[in-house]
Design a protein around this ligand. Structure first.
Ligand SMILES: [Zn+2]
Length: 113
């Protein structure tokens, strides 16, 4: 499952940061995930507890900030909400667009102790 490797990647980041800070564990982790990043939020929740078991993240509070997709049309310059990466511009129906937001996948904040 693709979400498991994402969760393990997050664990690796958290372990590096915790080591750098000379801390033992993570109290709180805040993630920023875009709706266009190709991640199933339910699947990520599902694999999370097994991914973090026996790691610095085991008892951390996890908060996910969902970043909704946004694009700008190349043809008419309209900015619009993008629920699906293949959606057309609601103004001129063009498929040529630049993604402004929604592909994020990052660890925004870590509180260690
Ligand atoms: Zn347009």
């Amino acid at each position: 499952m693709h979400e498991l490797s994402i969760a393990l990647g997050i664990v690796r980041i958290a372990e590096n940061e915790t080591k750098k800070a000379n801390a033992k564990k993570v109290e709180k982790i805040e993630l920023e995930i875009g709706t266009l990043a190709g991640i199933e939020f339910d699947s990520l929740d599902f694999v999370w507890s097994s991914a973090v078991k026996d790691t610095v993240l085991e008892n951390a509070i996890k908060k996910i900030n969902v970043i909704y997709g946004e694009a700008k049309c190349f043809d008419c310059d309209t900015s619009f909400k993008l629920d699906n990466i293949y959606d057309a511009c609601p103004n001129c129906k063009s498929y040529l667009k630049g993604i402004i937001k929604g592909k994020e996948l990052l660890v925004k904040f870590l509180e260690v102790s």
